[in-house]
Design a protein around this ligand. Structure first.
Ligand code: THU
Length: 528
């Protein structure tokens, strides 16, 4: 059967400062926090999946439907390329090089001797200003205008009549070969222009991206015969390396529409999507309302995507860095990113905590396809989130009640002869049962509900959705049995006011919220 993994990268959707944010001048940045309180932000789908359940985010739902974690970046950079490479299992020790003072003589000299043309400018410059200020000299002498920006780019501007476009592209390709290793800039960009002074740029701009210097998840998947489909900027971010299909997009909306079409296709492998508007159009422009609105639009399209998922599909939603639109900086921010993993085989509500590298995504995807990770980084979190039987269907209230009745059979009640059974459902979909266990000295007696709770907690579960309780005298069928005050207090220790308590007897049950059974309870918050 085909296996499909969809990775959607919400470009720049960070969830709060990384531990080393100070090194990047980004203390306090939190992209999600800055947009979520805006009235344009309405993302119930992401909320249900568990976006707000991620450690440090806050405001999570009771029963998230996905597995989730907070990811830190190990690579020493905060640009999209470095972030995406890490998602694909490649950690970069250095950021891509930038040239605030222009390119060093050794680069320029090699470039000049390679092209047989001199270089003009060689500074950070605006693209329109550079042709106005150097265009005439270029036309006169044939020297190439080389300039950069705050980004890791080597840009070459030339008049189309002086250097025909195919020749300029060839020069860029040669420059791309030259600019590797220490001077491996993210992109070499052809910037042709035309006309008379002050000149105009043409639509023949072309980017020559850097290929990842080491093995990525894409290489390994492709080698193993899997599809590696791309939507949006993904192709460029990996310099086209090991990407089997390129689908360019006009904007986020188009990107999600293309993703929805992908979900109807029978491919076998990875569909890797980047939605760049969050970063390019809203993050960099410090546009909080725009960013919030774009998230709402994404959430709506995501809601249409989920029902298209098949049994063997996985969906991963993540980001590549932050770009907090509410801070004065318009640059990227060093933030942790969210990871949401959803699928039929994924145990709902699995909290994977905080993890040290985006590369855990790569390792998880490779693990799912059974492809060895070779020298790529990261650790798979798949084993922690795979549901045991392959797929867990949450028990219905009736099934939970039946489990409580079964547990009641084990009640140890030589003194009261009152037998109680309970079945406690965790938010991950696991059930722990309990019965009452009495004692000759009476007070050590433990109720059925607390047996279930303590079994669950001692197995590492602390997040609960509901409990079914049945009780009655020995030899009689179960009847409504309200939990005692002590058990209510234990419930309040681990459960919120919406925790559901089902009291049952065969064929009938009553449902309560914990807030009805124990209003104004004394809990751990009182001790803070
Ligand atoms: N019991 C429970 O198991 N759960 C409750 O919430 C109420 C009481 C048990 C304890 C004891 O073994 C017996 O019922 C009679 O009190």
């Amino acid at each position: 059967m085909n296996k499909r993994v969809f990775i959607i990268v919400l470009d720049s959707m960070g969830i709060g400062q990384a531990p080393d944010a100070a090194l990047f001048g980004d203390e306090g940045s939190d992209t999600l926090k800055s947009i979520r309180s805006h009235e344009n932000f309405y993302c119930p789908t992401l909320e249900e999946l568990g976006l707000f359940n991620i450690e440090g985010v806050g405001g999570g739902v009771k029963n998230p439907s996905a597995a989730f974690c907070r990811l830190r970046e190990t690579s020493m950079g905060k640009d999209s390329t470095i972030g995406h490479w890490e998602i694909a299992g490649l950690i970069s020790e250095k950021p891509l090089p930038t040239y605030p003072d222009g390119f060093p003589p050794e680069v320029i000299e090699k470039f000049e001797s390679m092209t047989g043309r001199k270089v003009l400018c060689n500074k950070p410059y605006s693209g329109t200003d550079v042709i106005r200020d150097y265009g005439e000299e270029h036309v006169k002498t044939g020297a190439l205008i080389v300039y950069t920006s705050a980004d890791s780019v080597f840009q070459i501007a030339a008049h189309e009549d002086v250097v025909p476009v195919p020749e300029l592209y060839k020069i860029c390709e040669e420059a791309r070969e030259l600019l590797q290793g220490e001077h491996g800039v993210g992109r070499v960009i052809a910037r042709p222009f035309t006309g008379e002074y002050p000149f105009t740029r043409t639509a023949n701009r072309h980017d020559f991206s850097l290929q990842p210097p080491k093995t990525t998840m894409l290489d390994l998947l492709k080698k193993a015969g899997y599809d590696t489909l791309s939507v949006g900027k993904i192709y460029d971010l990996y310099g086209g390396k090991s990407v089997s299909e390129l689908n360019r997009t006009k904007n986020n909306d188009d990107g999600m529409e293309k993703t929805l079409q992908m979900a109807d296709r029978d491919f076998n492998g990875l569909c890797f999507i980047n939605l760049v508007d969050f970063d390019m159009t809203y993050g960099h422009r410090n546009d909080v309302p725009g960013y919030a609105k774009a998230m709402t639009a994404f959430d709506r399209q995501l809601r249409r995507f989920l029902p298209k998922m098949r049994d063997e599909d996985l969906l991963i939603i993540t980001a590549d860095h932050g770009c907090d639109p509410a801070t004065p900086s318009t640059d990227h921010s060093r933030e942790c990113v969210p990871m949401i993993l959803y699928g039929k085989h994924i145990r709902k509500g699995t909290d994977l905590g905080v993890r040290n590298t985006f590369a855990d995504i790569s390792a998880t995807v490779l693990d799912y396809f059974g492809v060895p990770k070779e020298d790529t980084a990261g650790e798979s979190f798949l084993p922690q989130c795979l549901s045991e039987a392959g797929c867990v269907e949450e028990p219905s209230d009736e099934e939970l009640m039946a489990m409580a009745e079964k547990a009641r059979e084990n009640a140890y009640t030589p003194y009261s002869h009152f037998r109680v059974g309970a079945a406690l459902l965790t938010t991950e979909g696991k059930v722990f049962t309990g019965c009452n266990i009495e004692n000759a000295s009476y007070t050590p007696t433990v109720c059925a509900e607390r047996t279930a709770f303590f079994k669950a907690v001692s197995e590492g579960y602390q997040s609960f959705a509901k409990i079914a309780i049945v009780g009655g005298k020995e030899g009689e069928t179960a009847a409504f049995c309200a939990p005692c005050g002590v058990c209510r207090q234990v419930m309040a220790e681990f459960c919120g006011p919406d925790f559901i308590v089902i009291l049952g007897k065969p064929g009938a049950c009553r449902e309560y919220r914990l807030s009805e059974l124990l209003p104004d309870s004394f809990t751990k918050t009182d001790l803070q």
